[in-house]
Each structure stands twice: as C-alpha cells, then as structure tokens.
Design a protein around this ligand. Structure first.
Ligand code: MEV
Length: 428
C-alpha cells in the first residue's frame, strides 16, 4: 500500500488510536511510544542539566498535522502548541495544497553569520581593506575551531566587512564570518569561531573588538515554499473557488501594505513554524527574531508571504524566511520528545527540516487568511471551544461531540448550558 500522510478522519480517532497510527508511520519503538504518551518524556533530572534553577518540567500539547506533501514526499508533522485550531488549520490547508500537487520547497546552504564589532579605528576603510586582504588566513583560523563540522563538509565560507561610518561611539567595522553549519543550528559553532578570530582581527586592524556573536538575521540560511491551489479546491458553502482566490489576494494586500496587519499575518505564519520548531527542540526565539527582522529588511515591516493568481486562475502562495534549525546538537538530541518528533518527521538533514517548516508556515497562513477572508475564524474556533466547554461540563467519549454540536447549533457556548444538555442526554 502507498504510504500517504493523507489521513481521513484522523481527528476523530482517540488519542491511543492516533498514537498507533504514528507509531506505525515512524516505526517507533516501545520506548519512543512511551515518550509520546507522557510516561518517559523529559525528566526533571534531564531538565536540570539543560537550564539553571530547575524546579520541574512544563508540558505542551503535541499534535500531528496530517496531509502534508512536500517535494513529492509525505510527512506527518509534530506540532507543540497550546492554541486551538492551529493543528487543524495546518492539516486542512495541507489538504488544499495537495490538490495542486503539494508544496515545493527549497533552501540555501546552512550558512550562519557571526558578527565581530571593531571600534577605535583611525581609518575604518583601510581596516576593511586589510581584513579582506587577510581573508584566507581568517577563514583558516575559523575552520580550526570546529574540525568536525569541516570534516562533514561545513566550515568557514566567506568573510564580509561592513563599515558603519557614523555611530555614537565613532566609526565601526563589522566583520561577518559566513560559516556553513551543516546539520547543526550552529550558534555555538559560530560564536566560538567569532571569539577565536577576535585577537587576529584586532592585530590586523589595530582596533578594539567588542561584540562577537551570531546574527539571528540569518539571511544566508533561507527556506522557501510555494503552493499552487486550484480555485475549485477552495470552493465551499456559498463561496465559489474564484471568489475565495480573490478574497485571499485582497486580504494579503493589506498585510503587504500595512505593518499593523503584517504583524498579525506573520504571527499566523509563526503559529505553524514555532510549533514545529518547538516540537523538534529548536530555538524558536532565534527563529522569531530572524523572521521578523527579515520581514523588515526593506526598511518597512511587511508580509513574509505573497499570494497571487496565475494565468489558469490558481491561487499561488510563496513564503521565504531565515530558518536556522538543526537536527544534531542542542535540545534536538537531548530532549526525548524532540528526538521522537524528528523521527516522526523522518528528515535527513537540517535543510530538509527547514523546507518542511517553511511549508507548514505557508499552510498556516493559507488556513488563517482563507477563513478570515470568507466566513471569519470564530466559527472554527467556537467549535473547538465548544468541545472544551463540553469536557469541562463532564462530557466523555462520544458525548463530547454531541454536546459540542448542540452548543454550536444553539450558538450558546456556555458551561451551564453544556451541563443542562449533558444531564438531558444522560436521562435519555
Ligand atoms: C491567530 O493566532 C492567528 C491569526 O490572527 C493569523 C491572521 O490573522 O492571519 C488568525
């Protein structure tokens, strides 16, 4: 049978049944299954080695987004997030994109930028010249700091030198070391390299080095996704597919033009991106910083995605942003749930992980603006909210859906009404 992530009715299964689907999908061991169902997740003693002053472990729901087809390969997507509708939205949008052949995703080499700030320069332009003239010596020095990454095909790639002529502390030179981090996120690698270069940079320039740290505006490490959705796949209820295409493009136009809308539009994209980044034990603050600084790279904050119509009337979406994620080192290897999440994804390289994540971001954006531009998001939210109210009222098993459906039909999503409905059903 062909292996497909198109899982019909996955959301209707019990947690145990869903876990079994995932166990079979990723061939998880009994230990890995136990990690998922919460018996063998991150322990307090493991946590104690990760950060300081540990007093416990903080949980988040882990959901699976289905239906993703990316570069011709099927994926089940683990998402760690507390917000309802996000996992459902991603799965729904992935189904729409599937109708057009799935996501096409690409990524640039996993190159990080480390910055070295040089002050107290008499002639910053001469300092720049001298640093560029010593490029091979500096790159060689940087490579000596991480022979393992070099042996895996990574290492120092380039050196760029910028001059900031006017600043409150006088002229500055900023050295950018470009370093290919292969499958690591690379923060430690590039920070170590930047610190190692500093004395030589001072010697070459006669200046004084202050900062030596990576830049989260990782614009050499970009991931891109594209989706083409046939208009007819977007039709629903009273909305013709062409109307939905037009409305989505109109909604996007506001995000492209207005930072107030762009912030919310991009937040919707990051709902999907962060959830996968967190599930895989990566640094989501780094990803957030990279995304929003990239969205402002023209000097005006704008949408990270684009939406347009092609000659056949299909809806075409694209998304591009820096995605510095790794599959080796850091929490992605230490955190048991992150390890299982990576196994479920089945990605073989950090680039592949970035290509999956950018596709999820585009799916999330599509789900949000499609709903916003047509029926609004409250109906979907209310259905999920109704289930939570039904559970709070004491509903169990199939009663949850029945009570929730009644609450939605009556448009009265209140605990007291849920309790009334439930007691009515119990005496039926
Ligand atoms: C809510 O978490 C995200 C949205 O606001 C995104 C958007 O407005 O595009 C629905």
């Amino acid at each position: 049978m062909k292996r497909t992530s198109r899982l019909r009715g996955f959301y209707k299964l019990s947690v145990e049944e869903r876990v079994d689907v995932v166990v079979r999908w990723a061939e998880l061991t009994a230990e890995e299954k136990a990690v998922l169902v919460g018996q063998e997740g991150l322990s307090t003693s493991q946590a104690d080695h990760m950060i300081e002053n540990v007093v416990g472990v903080h949980g988040l729901p882990l959901g699976i987004a289905a239906n993703f087809l990316i570069n011709g390969r099927d994926y089940l997507i683990p998402m760690a997030i507390e917000e309802p509708s996000v996992v459902a939205g991603a799965s729904f949008a992935a189904r729409l994109v599937r109708a057009g052949g799935g996501f096409i995703a690409t990524s640039t080499p996993p190159e990080m930028i480390a910055q070295i700030q040089v002050l107290d320069l008499i002639d910053p332009w001469a300092a720049r010249f001298d640093l560029l003239a010593a490029k091979s010596r500096l790159l060689e020095l940087a490579n000596q700091t991480d022979p393992l990454i070099v042996s895996l095909g990574g290492g120092a790639r380039d050196l760029e030198v910028r001059v900031i002529e006017h600043s409150p502390v006088g002229p500055m030179v900023v050295v950018h070391l470009i370093f290919d981090c292969r499958d690591a996120m690379g923060a430690n690698t590039v920070n170590t390299a930047a610190e190692a270069l500093a004395p030589t940079v001072e010697e070459i320039t006669g200046g004084r080095v202050v900062l030596r740290i990576l830049s989260n505006l990782a614009d050499r490490r970009l991931a891109r996704a594209k989706a083409v959705i046939p208009a007819e796949a977007l039709a629903f209820g009273e909305f013709a597919g062409e109307t939905v295409v037009e409305r989505i493009i109109e909604a996007y136009a506001l995000a492209a033009a207005d930072p107030y809308r762009a912030a919310t539009h991009n937040k919707g994209i990051m709902n999907g991106i962060d959830a996968v980044v967190i599930a895989c034990g990566n640094d989501w603050r780094a990803i957030e910083a990279g995304a929003h600084s990239y969205a402002a790279r023209s000097g005006r904050y704008t949408s990270l995605s684009t939406w347009a119509k092609d000659a056949e009337g299909n809806l075409v979406g694209t998304l591009e942003l820096p995605l510095a994620v790794g599959i080796v080192g850091g929490a992605s290897r230490v955190h048991p749930t992150a390890r299982v999440a990576l196994k479920i994804l089945g990605v073989r390289t950090a680039n592949e992980l970035a290509e999956v994540i950018v596709s999820v971001g585009l799916a999330q954006n599509l789900a949000a603006i499609r709903a916003l531009a047509t029926e609004g998001i409250q109906r979907g939210h209310m259905e999920l909210h109704a289930r939570q109210v039904a559970i709070a009222a004491g509903a169990e098993g199939e009663m949850i859906e029945r009570v929730a459906a009644q609450l939605v039909a009556e448009r009265r999503i209140r605990l007291d009404r849920a309790q009334e409905i439930l007691s009515g059903m119990c005496t039926e």
